[in-house]
Design a protein around this ligand. Structure first.
Ligand code: FAD
Length: 454
């Protein structure tokens, strides 16, 4: 098919923007990447290359049968993704993980895009949301201040966050419900579902004291320079609360008031840890108010001290980072368009996904949706049984908008496969069933999309 005269503008040539540009150009669409580096920098990027990895050099697990991020690799490879091709080409030995030589990787992506006859790279900062033309905004967690202001003016103050304060998220079926129970504080709510919206884990005085000791002793990550400004309002890390006084948490997120232990109604808990439903499927629960800067290893150890969470598996661990992201569940439609300005799509970390791979994946999808729209084709909806579909469904509607925080891909986002055993014991078979189903559905979607384009 010949090149289209219409141009797709992509703001930001990071993980999402680079993959988006590649997908669109490969489909015969002219692309301009507007990338502000190296003229305007960020505190984390060091080069002027496209697709620069700002911190670790890992694309995480490459296991496409038992791991959701490995499955996302598989889906991107099947869709001819440039970032996966370059990651495979520049891979380093790292066990089951896909680690890459970051310089060769970024140079490879940059070279390939520069060499593409349909791609132009323009080195300016975009400071407004354009009213005309087809745009994908993929400016990432460190979106420049001027553009962030423009997005805020369009979407409202509440809809754009500058920090994520992520509480750990637990797979619901790994919570021990013979210890924990469902109840909202003071049984608040009109319906039974509302009155049982939280899962509660009780602590005795000794358990609480041991937990505080562990929090105080745990290894913590440092903030990057320039990262902390303005974050301390309303989202203190739990370990900082514990440092302020041993009772602070018991009067804050761990207060026991208004809750009665369903298993031991006569025993008053000294403290209670509450978990709140995190997705519509009810497969994920976040630990309320437990944002933290503890290192990942320390988090698993400390959180498994909570009665009922001894066997917990975590869909993601907590963190606090500088991160600009939209409240996508309210602002974006199912095709990643800004509802108030449908000529603009958002992609990458700014949509509330987290991680290099997830960001690249959302770039891939946004470009395919944009290209179809520019051609007047109707693509079938991306199946939510695929890793790609599970992620986009989560950020554009499956997640609770009120507590929306950036999300990694994980199996808790997938609709369950009927007839399989829950809990830890059935995990291997369940994950295999998820990945088999996802691969078949993704291939079918790619096939249908290609037929529509023919
Ligand atoms: C400090 C830090 C450490 C991180 N560590 C990891 C990690 O170890 N592993 C991991 O998986 N993820 C990590 N992340 C998350 C990581 O940023 C994302 O996973 C990924 O880079 C996001 O991809 P993206 O394309 O959305 O954004 P980016 O890759 O950041 O790309 C956005 C691009 O937009 C450009 N840009 C911004 N504003 C404008 C503008 N107004 N006009 C033009 N261009 C603009 C930027 O220069 C940048 O090149 C980290 C993030 C930060 C901030």
């Amino acid at each position: 098919m010949g090149a289209m005269s219409e141009i797709l503008h992509i703001v930001g040539g990071g993980m999402a923007g680079s993959e988006a540009a590649w997908q669109a150009a490969s489909a015969g669409v002219r692309v301009i990447i507007h990338e502000m580096r190296p003229h305007v920098g960020t505190f984390a990027h060091k080069t002027g290359d496209l697709a620069e990895m700002v911190c670790s050099n890992s694309f995480r697990s490459d296991d496409d049968e038992q791991n959701a991020v490995g499955l996302l690799h598989w889906e991107m490879r099947a869709a001819g993704g440039l970032l996966m091709e370059m990651a495979d080409r520049h891979k380093l030995p790292a066990g089951g993980a896909l680690a890459v030589d970051r310089e060769a990787f970024a140079a490879g992506v940059t070279e390939r895009l520069r060499a593409h006859p349909l791609v132009e790279i323009s080195g300016e900062e975009i400071t407004e949301l354009p009213r005309e033309g087809h745009w994908i905004v993929a400016t990432g967690p460190l979106t420049s201040g001027a553009l962030a202001e423009a997005i805020r003016a369009e979407t409202g103050t509440e809809s754009l966050a500058f920090f994520d304060a992520i509480a750990p998220i637990v797979y619901a079926d790994t919570i021990d419900m013979s210890v924990a129970w469902e109840q909202s504080r003071y049984d608040k709510g009109e319906t039974e579902a509302e009155q049982k919206a939280y899962i509660n884990c009780p602590m005795t005085r000794d358990e609480y004291e041991a937990f505080i000791d562990a929090l105080l002793a745990a290894d913590k990550a440092e903030f990057h320079e320039g990262e902390t400004a303005g974050y301390f309002d309303g989202c203190l890390p739990i370990e900082v609360m514990a440092e302020r006084g041993r009772e602070t948490l018991r009067h804050g997120p761990m207060k026991p008031r208004g809750l009665t232990n369903a298993h031991k109604p006569d025993e008053k808990a000294h403290a209670v840890v509450q978990l709140r439903r995190d997705n519509a499927l009810g497969t994920l629960y976040n630990i309320v108010g437990f944002q933290t800067k503890m290192k990942y290893g320390a988090q698993t150890e400390v959180f498994r001290m909570i009665p009922g969470l001894e066997q917990a598996s975590f869909a993601r661990l907590g963190g606090i980072h500088r991160n600009t992201f939209l409240n996508s569940p309210t602002l974006l439609d199912g095709e990643m368009r800004l509802k108030s300005r449908p000529n603009i799509r958002f992609a990458g970390q700014v949509t509330g996904v987290e991680g290099y791979v997830e960001s690249a994946a959302m770039g891939l999808l946004a470009a395919r949706l944009a290209v179809a729209e520019m051609r007047g084709e109707a693509l079938p909806a991306v199946p939510s049984t695929t890793a790609m579909g599970a992620l986009v469904t989560h950020i554009t509607g499956g997640a609770d908008a009120k507590t929306f925080q950036p999300m990694n891909v994980n199996f808790g986002l997938f609709p369950p496969v009927d007839g399989l055993k829950g809990g830890r014991r059935g995990r291997k078979d369940r994950y295999k069933a998820y990945t088999d189903r996802a691969k078949a559905d993704w291939q079918a979607w790619l096939g249908a999309a290609a037929r529509d384009a023919a």
